[in-house]
Design a protein around this ligand. Sequence first.
Ligand code: F6R
Length: 613
Amino acid sequence: MCGILGYSGERQAAEILLDGLAKLEYRGYDSAGIAVVNGDKITVEKNKGRIQTLRERIKKNQTPLTGTFGIGHTRWATHGEPSDTNAHPLWSDDLLVVAVHNGIVENYKELKQELTSYGYSFYSQTDTEAAVKLIDYYYRQENDPLRAITKAIKKIEGSYCFVLLFKNNPGEVWGVRKDNPLIAGQGKGESFLASDVSAILQDTRQVYYLDNMEIVKLNKGDVRFYDSEGHAVYKKISLVTWDSQAAEKGGFEHFMMKEIHEQARAVKDTLRSVLNTDAEKFDLNDLGLNDENLKSVSRIYIVACGSAYHAGVVAQYVIEDLAKIPVRVELASEFRYRKMPLEKNSLAIIISQSGETADTLAAMRLAKNNGIKTLAIVNVVGSTIAREADNVFYTMAGPEIAVATTKAYSGQLIACYILALEFARARNEIDRNYYSELVRDIQRLPEKIDEILDEKERIKEIAGSFIDSEGAFYLGRNIDYAVAMEGSLKMKEISYVHSEAIAAGEMKHGPISLIERGMLIVGILTQKSLYAKTASNMIEAKSRGGFIFNVMTRGCEFLKDEADFIFYIPDTDEHFAASLAVIPLQLLGYYVAVARKLDVDKPRNLAKSVTVE
Ligand code: F6R
């Protein structure tokens, strides 16, 4: 949540900051601001609303905003409503310290109280201001940014990433992080700080990943690192392979539609990353998973949030069925506070697109502290979860910008199928021929995804009928229920249509009383042995006035007469059906949102990377 940036170099900072912030806007978008340094003068421009509003306001200024150092912020409000005052950057008196912050200062009330006793007063409702003034307090004593930061972080509790300017140290841009992402980019004669690489890809691919409690100082091309005690730290530079075009819309109206279309590629690349040269077997040795490791696991915990959790639910069905290992899928926000006994010899699979989700990270640390091995399925290279996990399986989706995930979810499914297959093979739970058949089948998913996308206009046409929809149910059983969860989330998060996923057999136990004439009931039928069961539940919904929308595998003969709309997906092994069934559901959520003229890529109240609890 919140995107933050820093720049130090020879070019005009304002434009660089505004362009970079536009790329980070998916992280939060209720207010925005920048601070630019010119000589010993720091100028702050900020407002409630989007980057575009800020850009237009700055353009209208009589005096241009000049200066070659600066910081920027796009906010997802936690403490204090979105307003011009609460927007970042925030400052101390005389603009001695000016800062942007991502995260939460948990002990801000105590800090404010202490600082008030030293004569400080506060103008905003943010938790951030307390931290800025604490740093100011030490800076006034020490006249040294490094000492001020190291002293302040000893007292600040919570999670944070600060990027700071100090009036008496012009030219320098400082940063520090704890449990929130921050990377430093190295350019020629210039350097950058950012919440994520997409903001600086157009300028450099050479980056440093900061570890927790590390401090960084930029001074044009000079980038230095320190530990929390202020000792110099040597860090290795990494080369980002993501293409800067990947963070552009590339002719699509929205990032979400572009990313929906990138799913076949994301699936292919994720497969290729672990497929042997003959494309007939997977090899997970590079992930630290040899056959001995795969055999020794007695139980699996899958921990994640949101869509990543939904991918975990699919994984549970697939792993249990193919590899016969008991699996528990847990919401990270629940898992981290449960006092459940964790079984020795178990494996915790942590799923996260961003690799920064606060609850998921905390759950992973809990597993590690209990001596459980962790394997992270992550999309963002170098993210905190990726760096702290024992082993990492990267999904190759590339930068995902739309707040609602699509291609990263597809990549997560593939990683889970591969793990299921390899567990099954290593433990002799799968017949050799069936294994080979599945390895061939999984490689056909990309072309089948594209086949579905060729029919997207059919979904677009029908979506128009749900503009005024007040509610929807998504029904399915087993893997189809897991897909229903994801489809339903896509509908509610971008279209604001209240929607619920229900395990089809549960309808009669309460939810069926909510069905009203014309209500959208989406049924997912991809599991042959369950066709008849789910079909009966759909007919029950139809007889109570529901509009029956089915996503079914080609060849399914059920519901032909009763359905109001049927979308057939290509046949595949049933274990992989989620990868196909989810596509029409993503499209449905997307087209209903577009028909309702909503901001598809940046739905209200949400942010892409949830780095607070
Ligand atoms: C929904 C969505 C979220 C994320 C969730 C976890 O479309 O994107 O539900 O799946 O916030 O985020 P990551 O995967 O970054 O841990």
